[in-house]
Structures are given as structure tokens and as C-alpha cells.
Design a protein around this ligand. Structure first.
Ligand SMILES: NC(=O)C1=CN([C@@H]2O[C@H](COP(=O)(O)OP(=O)(O)OC[C@H]3O[C@@H](n4cnc5c(N)ncnc54)[C@H](O)[C@@H]3O)[C@@H](O)[C@H]2O)C=CC1
Ligand SMILES: O=C(O)[C@@H]1CCC=N1
Length: 293
């Protein structure tokens, strides 16, 4: 991760107004990350949602940001924003973008976090080309350990690129990729945290079967996962090599790994990740079709 000095070079992000259109889990993860990492002040952030005043009140109290339900008052927030995050579910994207397109101006940067939604679909809904950053973040942005795939429309300037990369670097690491790879990023790191949680859930089930109390099992498993990821990062060794070091010939780990392999763990993970990327493509095609009809 870049240091703040490096990431903030030459860009006064605190001076910019950032509006999140869609106040769900991903928007909250980014907002929390931006505030915790002190990239900007809560007063500069607004969050707009279609419904659920309770959720908005909670977000406003928790983070000190401005929140507003869809309606006439949100127009001002959209018009005043320098950066607009599109953060609703894919199925809501076309109608949401249509409803604000008359409020957008050329100087604004649009950042989409929506899985599958292509830059060309956004431009088709807007009826013109625009400065669009297509991203695929993940929820670990909440604690500054996110991963974000980033791609740009042709209208994004060098300075806007720097701005987008600075924002996402403050809440994790970035991978700037060709837009055609964005569905792959979904399969790898967008959905990725859920695979790890799923594996941890299975480990917790097993630990309980082995007689450990649930809270102790959780503590041991969290530290095991954290330690293993940190080992890969700090030693620079390949996961396969680190695994070999845990695995004594004919010992306990070998017995476990053989049993997991026989149950098709590798194939299940590979198939699942490819399916996630494929699903992102399907979601994108559905949206594209709806913009053509
Ligand atoms: N949750 C995750 O781990 C990740 C999600 N994403 C993407 O982020 C987007 C949002 O996902 P989540 O935050 O998980 O969903 P969510 O369901 O938690 O939040 C979506 C929010 O958008 C609001 N919304 C829908 N239509 C609206 C409209 N017309 N105007 C204003 N607000 C509107 C909904 O009321 C809801 O609060 C999705 O497109 C997803 O593909 C991307 C990366 C990771
Ligand atoms: O499940 C989803 O569709 C979103 C996109 C990546 C993570 N969550």
C-alpha cells in the first residue's frame, strides 16, 4: 500500500465533494475506509438512497456524513458533487443513472462500483461520452485492506486518473486493468472475501466437531488465516512452498490435504471463481440489453 504522502501528491482531495448514489454495503465500506484513512472529511461526503431513512440516519450518525433520501433534495447533492459514486445493485443501475443524467456536468467524475456494468452501457444511458471510472472494489476497503480493479473511459484525464487511484490506494491496493478484465477481477477479488469467509465457516464447523468452544475456535481460525496471508506477503514465498513446509511426510497435514483434495476442493474453488466471473458477464449483458430496448 502506498503511504499517504505518496498517494496524496499534488491532489487536494479534501476540497472535493464526493456523493455516493446508493447507500449499501459497498458504499459504506468505501466511505468508512476514506474517513478512517483520513483521505477526506465526513462533511465532504454525501450518501443518497432510494429508501430506508433509518439506514441513512444510522450512516449519518456513525460517520458524520450528509445523507438524503431520493427526492428533490438529492438533486443539489448530485449537481454539487465533484465525484459521483454509482453504488446500487446492477438491476437498479439503468433507472438510477437515467434519473440523474440531466443533473450531471462534464467536469464531474463518475465512479461505478457496479459488477458487470460496462463503460459503454453507462455512456449509452447518459446519451454521451463521459469521464467514467469503472471499478471493482471489495469490502475489505473498510479497513484499508481492499483490492480494487480500475478501468477508464477515454474521457478520463490524467489528473482524474490520479485522483481515482489516490482514493482507492488509500483504502487498499489498485490494479489498473483493461476493461475486458473487469469480470475476472470480480471472480478473483470482488467476490473473493466471501470465499475466505466461507472457508472459515467450514473450519469453524470442524473445530466445533473437534470439541472446541465456538468463541475459542473462531479466535484460533482468524489468527491462522491472518498469519497464513501475512506469511505469503512478508516472506515472498509461494503458497505451495509454504504449504510444503507445514506438511510433514505422512503426518497430519498430509492426511488433511489428501482428504480435501479427494473431495475436489481445488476443482470446486476454480469452478466457483470462474462462475463468479461468468455471472458478472451475464449481469453486464442483461444491463446492456436493457439499454438497447
Ligand atoms: N458488496 C460487495 O462486496 C461488492 C459490491 N459491489 C457492487 O456494489 C453495488 C452495490 O452492492 P451492495 O452495496 O452490496 O448492495 P446493497 O443492496 O447493500 O446497496 C445498494 C443500495 O442502493 C440503493 N439504491 C437502489 N436503487 C437506487 C436508486 N435509484 N437511487 C438511490 N439508491 C438506490 C438501495 O436502496 C441500496 O441501499 C453492486 O452493484 C455490486 O455489484 C462491488 C464490489 C463488491
Ligand atoms: O455478489 C456480487 O454480485 C457483488 C459483486 C462482487 C461482490 N459482490
Amino acid at each position: 500500500m502506498l503511504s499517504m504522502e505518496q498517494t496524496n501528491a499534488g491532489i487536494d482531495i479534501e476540497a472535493l465533494k464526493i456523493s455516493f448514489y446508493g447507500a449499501g454495503s459497498m458504499a459504506e465500506a468505501i466511505v468508512r475506509g476514506l474517513i478512517n484513512q483520513k483521505l477526506t472529511k465526513p462533511e465532504q461526503i454525501s450518501m443518497l438512497n432510494r429508501q430506508n431513512a433509518d439506514r441513512l440516519n444510522e450512516l449519518s450518525e456513525k460517520y458524520g456524513i450528509q445523507t438524503v433520501l431520493n427526492g428533490s433534495t438529492n438533486e443539489q447533492f448530485i449537481q454539487d458533487a465533484d465525484i459521483i459514486f454509482l453504488a446500487m445493485k446492477p438491476k437498479d443501475a439503468v433507472s438510477a443513472i437515467s434519473s440523474i443524467k440531466h443533473l450531471l456536468s462534464e467536469k464531474q467524475l463518475i465512479v461505478s462500483v457496479i459488477a458487470g456494468l460496462s463503460i459503454s452501457s453507462i455512456e449509452r444511458v447518459l446519451g454521451k461520452s463521459a469521464a467514467i471510472v469503472r471499478t471493482m472494489p471489495n469490502t475489505s476497503s473498510t479497513i484499508g485492506l481492499g483490492v480494487t480493479g480500475i478501468s477508464y473511459s477515454g474521457s478520463v484525464t490524467e489528473e482524474q486518473r490520479k485522483l481515482a487511484e489516490t482514493m482507492f490506494a488509500s483504502i487498499g491496493i489498485n490494479a489498473v486493468v483493461e476493461e475486458s478484465l473487469q469480470d475476472s477481477i470480480v471472480g478473483v477479488s470482488g467476490s473473493g472475501p466471501a470465499y475466505v469467509y466461507f472457508f472459515m465457516e467450514a473450519m469453524m464447523q470442524a473445530a466445533e466437531k473437534l470439541g472446541l468452544p465456538a468463541d475459542q475456535a473462531k479466535e484460533l481460525i482468524v489468527q491462522t488465516v491472518l498469519g497464513a496471508a501475512e506469511m505469503v506477503r512478508t516472506t515472498g514465498e509461494e503458497p505451495a512452498e509454504l504449504r510444503r513446509k507445514v506438511t510433514s511426510p505422512n503426518g497430519t497435514t498430509q492426511a488433511a490435504i489428501e482428504s480435501m483434495a479427494a473431495s475436489g476442493l481445488t476443482e470446486a474453488v476454480v469452478r466457483g471463481m470462474l462462475r463468479s466471473a461468468e455471472r458478472a458477464g451475464e449481469i453486464g449483458s442483461d444491463i446492456e440489453r436493457s439499454t438497447l430496448s
